[in-house]
Design a protein around this ligand. Structure first.
Ligand code: IPE
Ligand code: IPE
Ligand code: MG
Length: 248
């Protein structure tokens, strides 16, 4: 039986989040510079997006560039921004043909104008698509996102719209970039690193984590299917006992 046939389509995670890590190390293994790894990483993105569509996933969020990544050498940051523009421009017609809707989260105002423009156009072009929603996390970090949300809540309190004692989870969530999307149920990180690197700290509160030694450029279709199968073999208890889960 092929891997995709082993997936129970009625129980796939609605939303998968991925920390695409290991491009630099992969390039080094090939005797190339880091940017070569980012280019190859785009092929993994293409495959994984296709695989997500085939598996019937509704949302996939890809951590493409973190707030902290601005601290990398300027040449690498510039190359990543160029790659982003080129990739979006090249891939948008294909995304459109596959009924994929492109979205972005993060502090997009910090991206170069060319990037922002390409992104806005691609999002507008794919806006009415009804298949997979592909969310790119760009210049994103969770602490930035939560800080921004807290400031907005503070403004609401000052304006007398609500009292501090009345603040509920949903009031904060309203101001998160992910407001329109369900929380990810599965978080994948490649390259053998076991950390969250400021990614969706609030939204991953009850996600299942899947770590693989594979470097991002090596992570392809079958690897996503494998991660989904692994997810389906877990028991999600949400604080309850195993007996409560199996008897319900
Ligand atoms: C992930 O690969 C891509 C980005 C963070 C943009 P890295 O560039 O972090 O690769 P490693 O971790 O150095 O191998
Ligand atoms: C996390 O990868 C960010 C992205 C994948 C975009 P990093 O490679 O930047 O993470 P750390 O710094 O090793 O934790
Ligand atoms: Mg890394």
């Amino acid at each position: 039986m092929s891997l995709i046939e082993r997936i129970d389509k009625s129980r796939v995670p609605h939303h998968i989040a991925i920390i695409m890590d290991g491009n630099g190390r992969w390039a080094k293994q090939q005797g190339e510079n880091r940017v070569f790894g980012h280019y190859e990483g785009v092929n993994s993105v293409r495959e994984v997006v296709e695989a997500a569509g085939e598996a019937g996933i509704d949302y996939i969020t890809l951590y493409a560039f973190s707030t902290e990544n601005w601290n990398r050498p300027k040449e690498e940051v510039d190359a990543l921004m160029e790659l982003l523009v080129a990739t979006i421009s090249l891939e948008t017609p294909k995304l459109n043909a596959k009924n994929v809707r492109l979205r972005a989260i993060g502090d997009l105002s910090t991206l170069p104008a060319s990037c922002r423009q390409e992104l806005q156009e691609a999002m507008a072009t794919t806006e009415t698509n009804t298949g997979l929603t592909l969310i790119l996390a760009l210049s994103y970090s969770s602490k930035w996102e939560i800080m921004t949300a807290v400031r907005q809540l503070g403004e609401d309190v000052l304006a007398g719209k609500l009292k501090p004692s009345e603040i509920r989870e949903k009031d904060l969530e309203k101001y998160l970039c992910t407001n329109e999307y369900p929380d990810p149920e599965l978080m994948i990180r490649t390259s053998g690193e076991h950390r969250i690197s400021n990614f969706l700290l609030w939204q991953l509160a009850y996600a299942e984590f899947y770590f693989t030694e594979k470097l991002w450029p090596e992570f392809r279709k079958e690897d996503l299917f494998q991660a989904i199968i692994n997810f389906q073999n877990r028991e999600r208890r949400f604080g309850k006992t195993s007996e409560q889960i199996t008897s319900s």
